[in-house]
Design a protein around this ligand. Structure first.
Ligand code: NDP
Length: 284
């Protein structure tokens, strides 16, 4: 048989990006299936993004992930943006179809995958409260809308971002979400089924911080979720668990969005257990 030393390349473009752990799980996935693929972690300054995307094309890369600050700036550089990513207004995954680069958003889909697989919870008809209105909140809110969420409330510190998300949800997904300005402690009422911290509060290195949420009136079977993946167990998650509440960490979402990207790129089912184990080890 003729030798074949060609590698298929994917990766992540961000700035800064050195602490982005996606390479750990994607490479673990490639190794588990014995695929000749590599995932590169690449620091790209905002002004260099157009050149970097030209590089993705020229090098024949199979795709890339985008992280802060490129998720929105990449949109006009692509050949096509999926309807989901267009609704959210951000792209976290680019896949190649022939010579065309197509933008997708797998963050919210990754969260829902974790919600269903790890917590065993179906969001249809549920009452959900999201803390935050940034990129992660937007992706999750639109996926919840698509999944038929019952009621959705967005609580955010900046009125402008929170109100913009509610207006976009109404216009693009037909969902009337309620916006509440976040001042002081956010009271979580007994009507809430699922509470999600979609802010960056508690993210490494500020691990001692936690979102000011008042769980006094929360129901006993409330599910408390955190999108922050590092540390794997935030102070928020630990506090909820100490109250006897069910919890879902940011790890299943991270693995979920990475697994969906893996499947888009390789066309193979992602070896999620191997990917998750590699990440959990990296976060120890
Ligand atoms: P953005 O910068 O887009 O949004 C940040 C959000 O957090 C905003 O709503 C912001 O409020 C709020 N916020 C930040 N600090 C505070 C504070 N001190 N008090 C109140 N609100 C605050 O970030 P992203 O949405 O992209 O990321 C948010 C988190 O999600 C990060 O921790 C990131 O690691 C995580 N994430 C996890 C993923 C996973 O797979 N597990 C995937 C993607 C992201 P305001 O609008 O008022 O500024």
């Amino acid at each position: 048989m003729a030798a074949n030393y060609k590698l298929e390349l994917v990766g992540v473009l961000g700035h800064p990006v050195a602490e982005n752990p996606s390479c750990v799980m994607e490479e673990a996935g490639f190794a588990a299936l014995g695929l000749p693929w590599r995932y590169l972690t690449m620091d790209v300054a905002p002004a260099d993004l157009p050149d970097a995307i030209r590089g993705v094309r020229a090098l024949g890369m199979q795709g890339v992930n985008l992280t802060i600050p490129h998720k929105v700036a990449v949109l006009p550089l692509l050949d096509e943006v999926s309807p989901d990513a267009a609704r959210i207004g951000a792209v976290n995954t680019v896949r190649r179809e022939g010579k065309r680069l197509i933008g997708e958003n797998t963050d919210g889909k990754g969260f829902l995958r974790g919600l269903r697989q790890e917590a065993g919870v179906e969001p249809a008809g549920r009452n959900v409260l999201l803390l935050g209105a940034g990129g992660a909140a937007r992706a999750i809110a639109f996926e919840l809308a698509a999944a038929g969420v019952g009621r959705l409330a967005i609580v955010n510190r900046s009125a402008e971002r929170g109100a913009a998300l509610c207006a976009d949800l109404k216009e693009r997904a037909g969902l009337a979400a309620r916006f509440e300005l976040w001042t002081g402690r956010c009271k979580v009422g007994s009507e809430v089924d699922i509470l999600v911290n979609c802010t960056s509060i508690g993210l490494f290195p500020k691990v001692s911080e936690m979102p000011p949420a008042d769980l006094e009136k929360a129901r006993a079977d409330l599910l408390v979720c955190d999108v922050v993946p590092n540390p794997a167990e935030t102070r928020f998650i630990k506090a909820a668990r100490a109250r006897g509440l069910k919890t879902l960490t940011g790890l299943p979402m991270l693995v979920g969005q990475g697994a969906i990207g893996f499947e888009m790129w390789t066309g193979r089912p992602a070896p999620e257990a191997a990917m998750k184990a590699a990440l959990a080890k990296a976060f120890e």
